[in-house]
Unconditional design. Structure first.
Length: 174
């Protein structure tokens, strides 16, 4: 790989990682017992534009630092895995689609995988929003993560259509 392509990959990962952090940490919508954020939008967009591996790296950086900044250090390992698998699932599924009109299936698959990782995280932390019923608490919180992934993914699709026409993103790198 040429040095110019390596620099471009590093810049893409850093750019999308920083955008993911800012969107996850500062673009929050209070909802029920927690909040929704649009950090997944950037991760999904990165996976579709620059590839699943670079999207995963960006998601791991952005999500991990967002958890750290929010004081959820114990969730960082789960977030790193969840965001990486979100980007890898969406990125490779999207890349394999001959007809991009089926992109919501790739988004659904990524959000589904991410929600399972977070279910395990909430359950293992004895996350208790419903006074003693950890399974219901973990399920309801993971379901919100699933919805966040779906909404962010659907919002990423029109952005992908616009940005993919730019010369900068025309040749996918991974």
């Amino acid at each position: 790989m040429s040095q110019q392509k390596q620099v471009k990959r590093i810049v893409n990962v850093a750019l999308f990682g920083a955008l993911s952090f800012v969107c996850a940490r500062f673009c929050q919508i209070p909802f029920g017992i927690g909040y929704l954020n649009i950090g997944d939008l950037i991760i999904i967009l990165a996976a579709m534009l620059v590839g699943p591996i670079d999207g995963a790296l960006a998601g791991m950086i952005g999500g991990g630092f967002a958890d750290l900044a929010a004081g959820f250090g114990s969730f960082i390992p789960f977030t790193i895995v969840a965001k990486a698998l979100l980007a890898i699932t969406v990125g490779y599924s999207f890349k394999g689609l001959e007809n991009k009109k089926y992109a919501p299936i790739a988004i659904f698959a990524g959000a589904y995988v991410q929600a399972h990782i977070y279910f395990f995280a909430y359950y293992s932390h004895n996350y208790d929003a419903f006074e003693g019923n950890y399974i219901i608490s973990a399920f309801s919180s993971a379901f919100m993560d699933f919805l966040q992934g779906i909404v962010c993914g659907m919002a990423a699709l029109p952005l992908y259509r616009v940005l993919s026409r730019m010369n900068y993103f025309s040749a996918r790198l991974s």
